[in-house]
Design a protein around this ligand. Structure first.
Ligand code: PLZ
Length: 450
């Protein structure tokens, strides 16, 4: 099924040649429903055949503009040539040993790259895992073991994964947590500095939120019981909530003063996405530990925990691991992705795309009263939709806009605690014309909503 024209480049042009879904996708959707658990969602109802650059080709031949990059994963593009070459070479050499049984160079090279690229002017070490959630789980294990303290502080609207511990850390009940408890103990959720929804003067949001959080930590948990503060530098699934300037440095300072580890979950924000290699760089943060995944390996399952060497080395031998963590093919893909990000200067590119996206979204806010807020950085930007003249969430408008865009062959993703955020995460190598066309269709979609 993958053989047809596989070497021809995918034409970087939007083309809608059938209804969405077309007949072949509709057939496959039926087949899927018969055998795949109904628990798995489907945001865009077509089956993919191929993808490159900013285009996904479905099995009916529709060319869809991809403004989601598989949730910020294929930042260097699907089937990126360097990634493909590295993975082909790796798969022909060997497919698995388990790094803890017989080590291989790719794993070491990925750790070298992570230690070099993550913020922090101190000696760092890394460990590799399979998924974002697994990286977060391990960061928590490391923090608890190093500090000999139990409590973990997380935030409203935060998202950290779907395993039992990370579900305890994730904020939103539906669809993530509902009926899946009981959840792991010693996870404490704090109010988030969310400027658009701050109760009071937005310009005081950072200072007031910091005051509340530090007070709660001191009075309700006891700072000396806290192993780590875990936060996304820009919240992803929670709706691209950008903390106001000063909030993150304030948290990091409080953490340092209280021997609490400051852990940045850069699973969604990492690897050039926000116009810096890591979003933590924006306010010169130097997190003690950084969790990465998604953009690290262009779609092959890989994640990492990187941090201060003395913390990473404090765990007993064989205390961390896993059969597949840092799988050789995923490491080969990561090295191809990282090389591409650096050689093609995708950090600068993310900023360029960000300028285009931001000006289009700002214009939409000016024109449409349902657009309450525009926010994000680099190629990670969103609009929050509200009922006109209020800040009341408008998830129905999001559903309608997404549906409209789908019918026109544009993939956009949603987010937010209230399901009222449209988020844009295009591949960083998308053509500017294609991006602008996708944004124009989003504009049309909003115009169509009454
Ligand atoms: N931390 C900040 O964004 C994954 C979830 C998709 P995994 N976000 C996409 C879904 O609905 O399951 C994510 C994230 C942040 C952790 C994770 C978890 O990463 O690789 O999905 O486990």
């Amino acid at each position: 099924m993958y053989s047809e024209g596989k070497s021809a480049p995918v034409e970087q042009k939007r083309k809608v040649v059938t209804a969405i879904p077309g007949p072949k996708s509709a057939e496959l959707i039926k087949r899927r429903a018969d055998v795949v658990s109904a628990s798995l969602g489907m945001a865009f109802p077509v089956f993919i055949e191929r993808s490159q650059g900013g285009i996904i080709v479905d099995v009916d031949g529709n060319h869809i503009i991809d403004l989601g990059a598989g949730i910020a994963v294929v930042s260097v593009g699907n089937a990126n040539p360097k990634v493909v070459e590295n993975v082909k070479n790796a798969v022909e050499a060997f497919t698995h040993t388990c790094f803890m049984i017989v080590p291989y160079t790719g794993y070491v090279e990925v750790c070298e790259a992570l230690n070099r690229l993550t913020p922090g002017k101190f000696k760092k070490k890394s460990a590799l895992f399979n998924s974002g959630a697994e990286a977060l789980e391990n960061a928590v294990k490391i923090a608890r073991s190093y500090t000999k303290r139990p409590a973990i502080v997380v935030f409203e609207h935060g998202y950290h994964g779907r395993t039992n511990l990370t579900l305890a850390m994730t904020a939103k009940n539906m669809p993530y947590k509902d009926s899946f408890g009981p959840f792991a103990p010693e996870i404490y959720r704090m109010p988030m500095a969310y400027p658009y929804r701050w109760n009071g003067d937005q310009s005081n949001c950072a200072a007031e939120a910091l005051e509340i959080v530090t007070h709660k930590i001191e009075k309700e948990i006891g700072a000396k019981n806290v192993a780590a503060i875990v936060i996304e530098p820009i919240q992803g699934e929670g709706g691209f909530v950008v903390p106001p300037k000063g909030f993150l440095p304030g948290l990091a300072k409080f953490a340092k003063e209280n021997q609490i580890l400051f852990i940045a979950d850069e699973v969604q924000t990492g690897f050039a996405r926000t116009g810096k290699m890591f979003a933590s760089e924006d306010e010169n943060l130097e997190p003690d530990l950084i969790c990465t995944a998604k953009g690290i390996a262009a779609g092959l399952p890989l994640s990492g925990v990187t941090g201060r060497a003395e913390i990473m080395d404090s765990i007993h031998v064989s205390g961390l691991g896993g059969t597949y963590g840092g799988n050789p093919l995923a490491c080969a893909a990561a090295l191809g992705a990282i090389e591409t990000i650096e050689k093609e200067n995708l950090v600068t590119r993310a900023n360029k795309l960000g300028t285009i996206i931001e000006s289009a979204l700002t214009e939409m806010k000016r024109k449409y009263s349902i657009v309450g807020d525009v926010r994000g950085r680099g190629a990670m930007q969103a609009i929050e939709l509200v009922k006109p003249g209020t800040t009341e969430p408008n998830p129905d408008a999001v559903t309608a806009a997404v549906k409209y865009a789908q019918q026109k062959g544009v993939l956009i993703l949603t987010a937010g605690t209230y399901g009222n955020v449209i988020r844009l995460l295009p591949p960083l190598i998308i053509g500017e014309d294609l991006l602008k066309e996708g944004l124009a269709i989003l504009d049309e979609a909003l115009a169509s909503i009454k």
